[in-house]
Design a protein around this ligand. Structure first.
Ligand code: HEC
Ligand code: HEC
Length: 209
């Protein structure tokens, strides 16, 4: 039994059952503005896409095409999710395009610089150092360059993302049954990593500003 292993899918699923209220998509006849639409995401992803953490990802500054792709995958079910699949169905392609542009213009803020963040104290410096070495050995920086700060239309920024989200996401990648879309090379590198390695990596990336 692996009772202690918390996977993101399970955790968020529990939150939903516990009564997370889904914001409904605004669709007034006049057509909602980008800000109105993006506001329906704020309950979970924070104002301007800067999440209050710890299991919700920050999405501020994601390239617009990245958000569009993710939303499309959530919508058609090719990307497994607890919440986003159902939610994405409530938005048209035009609305998603407005939302994606809105968040692309916002500035990323790292979790450990968040005003109410308890993250700074949650980081274990020894684990972060260990995580840095593991990512170097596994050559994660081939894609997650500059200690994970790099970001493009396919590769999410991992530096300064929320600790729990990073950990749950990596556990989900390693859970073959979930079939989370990912780079083949990344899948190979992740396969060799233990649960302890993933924890250390999460501390390393989350420690970055
Ligand atoms: C009820 C909470 C909730 C709301 C509201 C919500 N999200 Fe999410 N979002 C999540 C969760 C949880 C995840 C992780 C995937 C999952 O399990 O659904 C996520 C993941 C994402 C991701 C992927 C991030 C990554 O790093 O891969 C994007 C992009 C995203 N959401 C965009 C949006 C947009 C745009 C809206 C508004 C239209 C929105 N979300 C509204 C909870 C929410
Ligand atoms: C070949 C390029 C490549 C390599 C090498 C790589 N990654 Fe990734 N990584 C990606 C891409 C692309 C994604 C987005 C996958 C998706 O669509 O969910 C990603 C996503 C992630 C995420 C989730 C971020 C988020 O916000 O959803 C984490 C965490 C991560 N990688 C960690 C690692 C670690 C740790 C290693 C080394 C063991 C690694 N990656 C190696 C390309 C790579």
């Amino acid at each position: 039994m692996h009772r202690k292993k918390i996977h993101m899918m399970g955790l968020i699923g529990g939150l939903v059952m516990g009564g997370v209220v889904l914001a409904s998509s605004a669709s007034a006849e006049t057509g909602p503005t980008a800000a109105m639409l993006a506001n329906t995401c704020a309950g979970c992803h924070g104002t301007d896409g800067i999440s209050g953490g710890p299991a919700m990802p920050t999405i501020a500054g994601f390239p617009a095409n990245h958000v569009k792709t993710l939303m499309k995958e959530f919508k058609d079910g090719s990307r497994p999710s607890t919440i986003m699949g159902r939610l994405a169905k409530g938005y048209s392609d035009e609305e998603v395009a407005l939302i994606a542009d809105f968040f692309a213009k916002k500035k990323w803020a790292s979790a450990n610089s968040h005003a109410n963040s308890k993250l700074a104290t949650a980081i274990d410096p020894a684990l972060a150092t260990k995580g840095k070495k593991i990512t170097a050995d596994a050559k994660c920086d081939k894609c997650h360059e500059d200690d994970g700060k790099f970001q493009d239309e396919n590769t999410p920024r991992v530096a300064g993302q929320w600790l729990d989200y990073l950990l749950f996401k990596m556990q989900d990648y390693k859970n073959a049954a979930l079939k989370v879309p990912q780079e083949k090379k990344m899948e190979k590198a992740m396969e060799k990593l233990s649960a302890e390695d993933l924890t250390a990596i999460a501390h390393f990336y989350a420690s970055k500003k």
